[in-house]
Design a protein around this ligand. Structure first.
Ligand code: GLA
Length: 634
């Protein structure tokens, strides 16, 4: 890959006349661009008719970039099937859960289980690999674009047949499936594989275990599409890493722990929700997840934006200084690149109002001046590339738990996955604690504290892992509605929380979710929101109680000594989560800078310390002043 921090973005020269293409290369050099992503949606140009490949245009562009010393991240364009493909293979067009067959003319319009689609993508990847696999400009392969969104599940007949095969491989015999899915309920018992359908829209709730398996199947089908292309590229382009751009915390449909094992380097796309207060915290979360997916290794920020995006109701521009601050925030948290969607703003098509490194206004613009300034600054940060960020605290994140928690008919619609994680992440961010994400069954031994916000689904492996972690001296903080079901969404035997009863030293007799907007006072001060429940101690000790409501006088926060460690439990959503976390962090021995304003982000990466001031006033830290909105790297 490129030396130092990679800088550049998605480049679509095919949309521009030759004189613009030539000027672009000069401008890239001016800005210090050293890596661009090419060809992401260019299938119809690479293969205008089935089996007829045209690469002369791409040869010229890649050679020109190479001559200018700019490396190429070459894409396989499987996210944009051409019109001829949809005409030739109309059965490949995906079908939604509602039964609507979608049309072409957008992107991601092929069913991942379609054999014709897979064969065509592999054939094209093979042509690209043969032609460019050893081209010195090609330093990275970019398979597809954002697997999992907008296309996740497909309900076409090909998908249903593939789902039956997936189930047969997973369960072996139909009785095992019946047991796992709990089909005695509502008389759903299956006598034969051929009776099983996708979990289509019903008039009432469809079997939750069936829905979970369909989500797993969907993940595996998309992943298989990636793997077949990756293998061809490995064969024809030895030594050149292959990636696909993730959307880390923003993609519900793909189990990225599984994906991360298959890519050579994790890459991620991140876009802010412009109207969200403190949206830099979500940015940090996305970056921390990217680093965690790669096991702590540096990762690549494949896309973010210089300014506004075009797909929100109101697409607010970034404020002065925000372009630089956002980009450096990703670098602080482990990215070895600062790449944007996109190099030059399009004149036509669906994304013409999306910002770019060169906006419609051209180079006499603030965005361009900021881009050039940042490019220069990144050259001075070359030593940061390859270095690591260490964390003492992990938050558990399991995509299967995400899917399960948000199925229908739960005790309260107010318990949603991302929001529960957000609250803990934000409180830790504001406490200046750098966080990793971890799968509940992963090795957690390096963390002083592990946090499990509403980990509703927890199988035996996760439960045993967490128990061992605490016994060996770890500190665990679990919040309500955790450890309730197994991987088939079946309640663990006995009282809640079945998977975590012994670890937490308690049982839960009854859930008492609160009405919308409700809250209850806690004996320790502050209030609990969303949830209350009747906790019965079986070994743990009470730390705070509910001071009102159906569980008044009963425990709201507990702690259980187990082996050499400690397991905390919080039976509600406290408004003063930070205060509670301060106690838990202190007990676990997690050190953090004291007396800093919330808005100052402090992250250590390798030998450097990044100070990012998201606030409205200047801040001093160890004799250094960080201007409002500014960044200082020590
Ligand atoms: C995604 C896609 C890009 C582009 C951007 C716009 O991340 O990967 O192709 O559509 O969104 O924000």
């Amino acid at each position: 890959m490129v030396q130092g921090i990679a800088f550049g973005g998605d480049y679509t020269p095919e949309q521009w006349p030759r004189e613009v293409q030539l000027a672009d290369v000069d401008l890239m050099r001016e800005a210090g661009v050293n890596l661009v992503s090419l060809g992401i949606f260019a299938w119809a140009l690479m293969e205008p008719r089935e089996g007829a490949y045209e690469f002369a245009w791409l040869d010229e562009i890649i050679d020109r970039l190479h001559a200018a010393g700019i490396a190429v991240d070459l894409a396989t364009p499987s996210a944009a099937t051409p019109a001829w493909f949809a005409k030739a293979y109309p059965q490949s067009l995906p079908v939604t859960r509602e039964g609507v067959r979608i049309g072409y003319g957008g992107r991601q319009t092929a069913c991942p289980s379609s054999p014709e689609y897979r064969a065509a993508t592999v054939a094209l990847a093979r042509e690209l690999g043969k032609r460019y696999g050893r081209h010195p400009a090609v330093q990275l392969w970019h398979v597809h674009n954002e697997y999992g969104a907008p296309l996740g599940e497909c309900y076409c007949e090909t998908s249903v047949a593939a789902f039956r095969e997936w189930l047969r491989r997973t369960y072996g015999d139909i009785e095992s499936l019946n047991d796992a899915w709990g089909t005695l309920f509502w008389g759903q018992r299956y006598a034969d594989w051929s009776e099983i359908d996708a979990p289509r829209l019903g008039l009432t709730v469809v079997n939750p275990a069936q829905r979970l398996d369909f989500a797993r199947f969907t993940n595996d089908e998309h992943l298989a599409c990636f793997i077949v292309q990756r293998d061809v590229l490995h064969e024809l382009s030895p030594g050149v890493p292959v990636t696909t751009n993730f959307m880390s915390i923003n993609c519900k449909s793909m189990d990225l722990w599984k994906w991360a094992k298959e890519v050579d380097v994790v890459s991620n796309d991140n876009y802010l929700v412009p109207e969200e207060a403190d949206n830099h915290i979500r940015l940090a979360m996305s970056a921390d997840m990217s680093r965690s997916l790669g096991g702590g290794r540096p990762w690549l920020l494949m896309e973010h934006s210089t300014g506004a995006v075009n797909w929100h109701p109101r697409n607010l521009a970034k404020r002065p200084g925000e372009l630089r601050r956002n980009s450096l925030a990703h670098v602080a948290r482990g990215s070895d690149s600062v790449l944007y969607f996109q190099w030059r703003a399009s004149r036509y098509g669906a994304e013409k109002f999306h910002s770019a490194m060169i906006p419609h206004a051209g180079t006499d613009s603030q965005i361009w001046r900021d881009v050039v300034g940042l490019g220069g600054e990144l050259r001075g940060l070359a030593d940061v590339a390859g270095t690591r960020v260490e964390s003492e605290v992990a938050i558990l994140w399991d995509w299967e738990a995400y899917w399960a928690l948000e199925l229908d008919w739960r005790p309260s619609v107010d318990v949603t996955f991302l929001e529960r994680i957000d609250e803990f992440y934000a409180a830790l961010w504001r406490s200046h604690v750098t966080v990793d994400f971890a799968h509940p069954a992963a090795d957690l031994s390096r963390y002083k504290l592990v946090v499990a916000p509403s980990l509703y689904l927890a199988g035996d492996a996760a439960a045993k892992n967490l128990h061992r972690y605490v016994q060996a001296g770890g500190h665990l903080l679990v919040s309500f509605f955790s450890g309730i079901v197994d991987e088939h969404d079946a309640i663990h035997n006995g009282p809640h929380p079945g998977a975590l009863r012994d670890t937490l030293g308690l049982t839960v007799e009854e859930f008492h979710p609160l009405p919308a907007g409700g809250s209850l006072p806690l004996s320790a001060g502050g209030h609990g929101r969303i949830w209350s429940e009747r906790v019965r101690l079986t070994g743990a000790t009470g730390h705070a109680t509910f001071a009102d409501g159906p569980d008044a006088g009963h425990p709201a926060i507990t702690r259980n000594s187990l082996g050499a460690g400690l397991a905390w439990y919080v039976a509600t959503a406290p408004d003063d989560l930070r205060g509670i976390l301060a106690t838990v962090l202190d007990t676990a021995g997690v050190l953090r800078p004291a007396d800093l304003p919330d808005a100052l982000e402090v992250v250590r990466r390798g030998d450097r310390v990044f100070l990012l001031n998201h606030g409205e006033t200047a801040v001093s830290f160890q004799g250094v002043t960080v201007a409002a909105g500014g960044v200082v790297i020590l």
